[in-house]
Design a protein around this ligand. Structure first.
Ligand SMILES: [Zn+2]
Ligand SMILES: [Zn+2]
Length: 322
């Protein structure tokens, strides 16, 4: 008869270290890769490695359309002074107070799995942990705002509808905005969109925007903000390390979640079709028309077609080898 193993040896044998957060998880004897979730971050357990970047530069992944639009924006005389002036009035402290008063702050005790996901995104990309809030909101969305101390806000509907891996993708996208140093311009762009969207036009902030930012500045800012999304989808891929997690997240942003289930492969086909039919020139005109009409859309099909192309070009694989 073989000697009975000690309970410590059994625990050692049936344990898997989470590839994302490093937590050791006890698993059942019949454990199969990917079929159990980590007790800390709730992401699927697996023996696959998870790369953490030691020295990632934003230039390693920033989308050329983002760099180009940002260069055009920065070339406008007085833009930085104007934005700082705008945000000094509308304020970083105002943003922080608003969310401290109206949203739930995520900590290692409050929603610890979301806190763990934030930590995973920050350690993978090499970013200091920002504050993270959850706000009750039916619109599936998330955003990053601030000037010197950014915060990330996730809408409750996003957490309710996405899987744990997809929530990681969204958090990683937002952390990407911090890594890519988008926050100042992004906050100003969000302010413009918020004013365009809700009937705030009569509020003092609308007058301040008109006063501080010229029409050229406003146009260039919004044109850049759309393209900045493409860079941060790449940052999200560098954290999830699975392009289909990004694809599925976009599919849900696009079509929502409902019982009759959208076919993911057909959605990918649609994204490829989009890429084939719309070159940058046509898109430029399209975005210009959309922006001038004051609309804002996340354009998830375009975004998924861009991320597929980045993977297919081999740029993602090259970066993973770094
Ligand atoms: Zn974990
Ligand atoms: Zn974004």
């Amino acid at each position: 008869m073989p000697r009975k193993s000690s309970s410590a040896a059994i625990a050692e044998r049936y344990s898997v270290r989470c590839r994302y957060c490093g937590q050791k998880n006890a698993v059942k004897e019949d454990y199969v890769n990917g079929q159990a979730n980590c007790g800390r971050c709730r992401l699927p357990l697996s023996n696959e490695p998870h790369k953490k970047f030691a020295d990632l530069s934003k230039h390693d992944y920033v989308h050329p359309a983002d760099s180009k639009a940002l260069a055009a924006l920065r070339a406008i005389p007085g833009i930085d002074t104007a934005l700082r002036k705008l945000l000094a009035v509308t304020g970083e402290s105002a943003i922080r107070v608003t969310f401290m008063a109206s949203a739930v702050k995520v900590t290692s005790q409050q929603c610890p799995d979301l806190h763990a996901k934030l930590q995973i995104a920050c350690t993978t990309l090499g970013v200091d942990m920002p504050d993270l809030f959850i706000q009750q909101n039916p619109m599936v969305n998330a955003f990053t705002g601030g000037v010197d101390r950014p915060i990330i806000v996730l809408h409750s509907s996003l957490i309710e509808r996405l899987t744990d891996e997809e929530v990681l993708a969204v958090i990683a996208h937002e952390v990407g905005h911090i890594h890519a140093e988008h926050v100042l311009y992004l906050t100003a762009a969000q302010l413009l969109l918020a004013v365009a969207h809700i009937p705030l036009a009569s509020l003092p902030v609308a007058a301040i925007i008109k006063d501080v930012l010229s029409a050229t500045m406003r146009g260039a800012l919004l044109a850049w903000a759309r393209r900045a999304e493409l860079s941060c989808d790449r940052a999200a891929l560098l954290v999830t390390q699975d392009p289909h997690v990004i694809g599925r997240t976009m599919m849900k942003l696009c079509g929502g979640t409902f019982a009759s289930k959208i076919d993911y492969d057909l959605f990918l086909e649609q994204a490829r079709e989009f890429q084939k039919n719309y070159d940058e020139k046509k898109l430029d005109k399209f975005w210009a028309d959309i922006l001038s009409s004051g609309l804002s859309h996340p354009f998830p099909v375009w975004r998924v077609s861009e991320i597929l192309q980045w993977v297919e070009d081999g740029q993602y694989a090259d970066l993973m080898k770094k």
